[in-house]
Design a protein. Structure first.
Length: 332
């Protein structure tokens, strides 16, 4: 009797923040005749994030900057979710623009070159809201695409994501691979690996408040507004887009609702019952004043999608995670 080989679903960066929730989603919805493969170098991903699904997945550990590893890692892939990239907070990104561009570009070049030969059926690439110009209208819609420059404070990373998008379009046109492009806005969650001063805003604030620091420096005026969604909801959306075979251009993943950084600090302080003194450093970059996502397109594609985690619930999870799994006082 003929037995088909299992369909191989690869997730690059599957041990990271969004990737670990996506791996969970896929492991929970796994078809009998499929194999889930996480490709990760664990540079910012955690082995422990994959522990709950270790019997349901295969791990291929290595750096996608290496061409030979990239070729080996994808040999049998049918479906690819590409999430691996160096993604850091504004403090690091704004000081290391070229490094962000070069690393992410190397990964992109290797990935595209490999997939051109392997020709999986479907590819989902994770771009970013940093591809948008600082002067684009808020809430930011998908069109017009690439009007102006990428977000200034993250321009190295933003250019790398624009290149990833453009190269993937050519790959799809040349090979017929079904391409899904997502542009997440600010995503947070409790599987985030602490990376010191290079950490993103929410983990940074949560850690400082949990560490009971007497005063906390916040970059900018604190009035800058951001829209946040939990990584679980971002992963659920990615999974649904892949299942739908959606392939009609980039989709924002975010929300229209915003919160100011000042309010975010208040929410975390209230939940942790600790109120530090806040010093707003207006000499430091705060990025664009108001950044939120127009989600008309997403709502059109997934009309019944409901976000499952509110900001307050998400902050509770972050506080719980950092106080249980990770001792902020001992880590850097
Ligand atoms: N978190 C956000 O707010 C946000 C917003 C927009 C876009 N994104 C994008 O979503 C994706 C996932 O982001 P995240 O927040 O989960 O980041 P993350 O740093 O938590 O996860 C990235 C994962 O990729 C792995 N990785 C990095 N470089 C690699 C390499 N060269 N080879 C193999 N593995 C490598 C890391 O070990 C990690 O597991 C990234 O592409 C990021 O640019 C994230």
């Amino acid at each position: 009797m003929k037995t088909d080989r299992p369909s191989v679903i690869c997730i690059t960066g599957g041990a990271g923040l969004i990737g670990s929730f996506l791996t969970k989603c896929l492991a929970e919805n796994k078809h009998v005749n499929s194999k889930i493969v996480v490709i990760d170098d664990f540079s910012t991903g955690l082995q422990s994030n994959l522990f709950p699904f270790k019997n349901n997945i295969e791990i291929r550990e290595g750096d996608l900057e290496s061409k030979s590893f990239c070729n080996e890692a994808f040999t049998d892939c049918d479906i690819v979710y590409h999430l691996a990239s160096r993604a850091f907070g504004i403090g690091y990104s704004s000081q290391n623009q070229l490094e962000m561009l070069i690393h992410n570009e190397r990964v992109t070049t290797n990935l595209i070159d490999t997939l051109r030969k392997v020709k999986p059926k479907k590819l989902l690439i994770t771009s970013s809201s940093c591809v948008y110009d600082d002067n684009s209208q808020t809430p930011i819609a998908e069109a017009p695409i690439f009007d102006g420059y990428p977000e200034y404070s993250n321009r190295g990373y933003g250019w790398a994501k624009r290149f990833l998008e453009q190269k993937s379009i050519l790959l799809s046109q040349e090979t017929g691979i079904n391409l899904i492009t997502v542009r997440p806005f600010n995503i947070y969650g409790e599987t985030y690996k602490w990376r010191g001063d290079a950490s993103q805003a929410i983990p940074m604030l949560v850690k400082k408040i949990l560490s009971k620091e007497k005063s906390i420096e916040v970059w900018g005026s604190g009035d800058q507004r951001r829209s946040y969604i939990h990584a679980l909801d971002c992963a659920r959306i990615m999974h649904k887009l892949m299942e739908l075979n959606y392939n009609c251009g980039p989709v924002n993943i975010g929300t229209q609702e915003t919160v100011s950084i000042k309010n975010l600090v208040s929410i975390i302080s209230k939940l942790s019952q600790y109120k530090p003194k806040i010093n707003f450093n207006i000499d430091r970059p705060e990025g664009r004043h108001n950044k939120s996502s127009n989600i008309n397109l997403l709502s059109e594609i997934l009309p019944n999608f409901q976000y499952s985690i509110t900001l307050e619930e998400g902050m509770k999870r972050m506080l719980d995670w950092y106080s249980k799994v990770f001792d902020p006082k001992n880590s850097e």
